[in-house]
Each structure stands twice: as structure tokens, then as C-alpha cells.
Design a protein around this ligand. Structure first.
Ligand SMILES: Nc1ncnc2c1ncn2[C@@H]1O[C@H](COP(=O)(O)OP(=O)(O)OP(=O)(O)O)[C@@H](O)[C@H]1O
Ligand SMILES: CC(C)(CO)[C@@H](O)C(=O)[O-]
Length: 294
């Protein structure tokens, strides 16, 4: 490419909330991942990749600020040795259990594929995003769910096309979130004790979900997982209990300091009101769709 012009492409990738999960280690990052269940959201991350004139080194920007962006950077390094500018704009909070790093890495892979005319298939691009997440401990199963959409049960671990998934028929239900603070996925996954607790509770949650795989049981399994794995703080437990007091169901977004609740048309307003007592309420929907070029 000559350097008198810039080429750019943009992709949207949806956010994802894991309700419960189990870590499956493997030397091959395509086979490493998690099993579990979560919901893909209507909101997500838009990522623009630009290359050409004036871009002499790779830079990653998150909402206009230069960041290390190690997961997105790994995607770039896996696809090209040319310098690129990667700009992600988030419609969801980062480091809060909404899978922002997975969405950013998917957007980077798809936009780079377009800019460089790589002609890679979706399995290949999703695999690259998954490997970047696994290598940087920023996610294990988000990419598998984000590449599918809906309420995704990850029945066996690994990259899309390697692991396997099923779905709970969910419709486009309302999802409400209250963010209490940040939590680094890498920090939690780096603790052996935390992973042991997660895996014990995650295995049990999966067994229970598969007996009756519906949204109501998913929320119950997620709630019990967050408490059983010792991840829910007192503040999170208080919010879950407040939602349960009005007949609703809430749990913790993994791995974040965030509570999420799934509502119906009849319960939505009440749910929102209860949650607003604990912080700003973010409103999304379950998204049956996936990644798209924009
Ligand atoms: N789209 C993005 N572009 C660049 N950097 C990102 C992007 N999304 C997240 N990051 C960075 O990735 C790092 C890891 O984020 P982390 O995995 O903890 O959070 P998350 O992906 O938002 O949520 P989750 O807990 O669901 O994985 C953070 O330093 C964050 O700033
Ligand atoms: C590890 C994780 C909870 C981080 O969001 C997610 O990637 C998952 O469910 O594997």
C-alpha cells in the first residue's frame, strides 16, 4: 500500500454477561476456555481500524484515550506486522463484567480483516479474538458467546468452532445493570483459590441448568454461583435480595462488580425502581445477533 491515503473499516461486537462459568485449562489456547452460561447484549463496542498515511506505530485508543489495550494489540500482532490505529468506543462500562475486552478484540479482528483484505472466515477471526483473550487472561468464554448471540450455554470450552455452544430461547428481554465498581478479570483468574471456588460452583451450576435450561433457572443458577463461588460482595448480595423481595431475580455479572437483572414487560418498571436505589441503572436488551461490519 502506498502512504498517500488511509484505509479504514469499522465493526460492532456485542457486550456479554457471564452468569456462571467453569475454567478449563489447556496448553492450546484454541482449546482453553470456559463452560458456563451468559447473555449477549444489544449494546457493545464499535471498533475502527485505520492504516496508511501518518500511522507509523500501532496505537490502541479506548473512548479517545490511548491505552495499552493488550488484547486488541495481540489481535493486531496475530494478523499483521504493519502499524495500525485501533479506536474502540464503548456503549458499556469497561472492567465491569460486560466482556468489553472480548468485544474489542472481535471488532479489531473483523475490521482488520476488511482493511487488509485478508478474506478470513468468521471461525478464523473469532479464533484469533479468542486466543488473544486467553493469552492475556482478559476472558475465556466471552468471544464464544459474542460470536453467536442470545442466551448462550457454553457446553464445551474453546474458541468458536472448537468448543460447542447451545442456546436458551430467550427473546429480546430487558436487562438492567447497576455497576458498583471495577474488577480486573486477570486478577481474579490469577488466584488459584478463586479459580478453585469458581470451578466447584460452576460445575454444580451447569449441572442444575441443564436439568431445566430456561431463563428463570439460568438466573437462579447464576445467583447461587455468585454466592457459592465467594464472588458476591455484601453490597451485591443486598441488591440481589432487594430484587428478590419484589419477586424478581438478579445476579452478579462475571467477572465484574456489577449486578444484572432480567425483566419482562410487566416487571421492568418495578425492577428499575428497586435497582435505582443502589446506583445508576443501565438498560439493555438480550441481543439474538452478533458481530457486524458498520
Ligand atoms: N475495547 C477495548 N479496547 C482496548 N482495551 C480494552 C477494551 N476493552 C477492555 N479493554 C482493556 O482490557 C483490560 C481487561 O479488561 P477486563 O477483561 O478486566 O474487563 P472487561 O472485558 O470489560 O470485562 P470482563 O470482566 O467481562 O472480561 C482492561 O485494562 C481494559 O481497559
Ligand atoms: C472469564 C469471564 C467470566 C470473564 O468475563 C468470561 O470470559 C467467561 O465466562 O469465560
Amino acid at each position: 500500500m502506498n502512504s498517500h491515503y488511509a484505509l479504514s473499516a469499522r465493526a460492532f461486537a456485542p457486550a456479554h454477561i457471564t452468569g456462571f462459568f467453569e475454567v478449563h485449562d489447556h496448553a492450546d489456547p484454541m482449546k482453553k476456555g470456559s463452560t458456563g452460561c451468559g447473555i449477549v447484549l444489544s449494546a457493545g463496542i464499535e471498533t475502527t481500524v485505520t492504516m496508511g498515511e501518518g500511522i507509523e506505530e500501532t496505537v490502541i485508543l479506548l473512548n479517545g484515550k490511548e491505552v495499552e489495550g493488550i488484547t486488541s494489540r495481540t489481535v493486531v500482532e496475530m494478523l499483521t506486522d504493519r502499524p495500525v490505529r485501533v479506536e474502540s468506543t464503548t456503549q458499556v462500562p469497561v472492567e465491569c463484567g460486560l466482556g468489553a475486552s472480548g468485544a474489542g478484540s472481535l471488532g479489531t479482528a473483523y475490521a482488520l480483516n476488511r482493511v487488509l483484505s485478508l478474506n478470513l472466515t468468521t471461525n478464523k477471526l473469532n479464533g484469533i479474538a479468542h486466543v488473544a483473550e486467553v493469552r492475556n487472561s482478559s476472558g475465556l468464554g466471552d468471544v464464544a458467546a459474542q460470536s453467536l448471540g442470545g442466551a448462550v450455554i457454553r457446553t464445551s470450552p474453546g474458541a468458536p468452532g472448537v468448543g460447542s455452544c447451545d442456546r436458551i430461547p430467550s427473546g429480546e428481554s430487558d436487562v438492567y445493570c447497576v455497576v458498583l465498581g471495577k474488577l480486573s478479570t486477570g486478577m481474579v483468574l490469577g488466584s488459584r483459590e478463586a479459580v478453585r471456588n469458581i470451578n466447584d460452583a460452576g460445575k454444580e451450576a451447569m449441572k442444575r441448568l441443564m436439568v431445566r435450561p430456561c431463563m428463570e433457572n439460568f438466573m437462579r443458577c447464576a445467583r447461587d454461583f455468585s454466592i457459592g463461588a465467594n464472588l458476591a460482595t455484601d453490597e451485591i448480595t443486598d441488591i440481589i435480595e432487594a430484587v428478590e423481595a419484589i419477586g424478581g431475580m438478579a445476579s452478579q455479572a462475571m467477572l465484574g462488580n456489577t449486578v444484572f437483572a432480567v425483566g419482562t414487560e410487566s416487571t421492568g418498571a418495578e425492577l428499575k425502581e428497586v435497582l435505582s436505589g443502589f446506583g445508576q441503572v443501565l438498560h439493555y436488551r438480550i441481543n439474538p445477533g452478533s458481530i457486524r461490519m458498520i
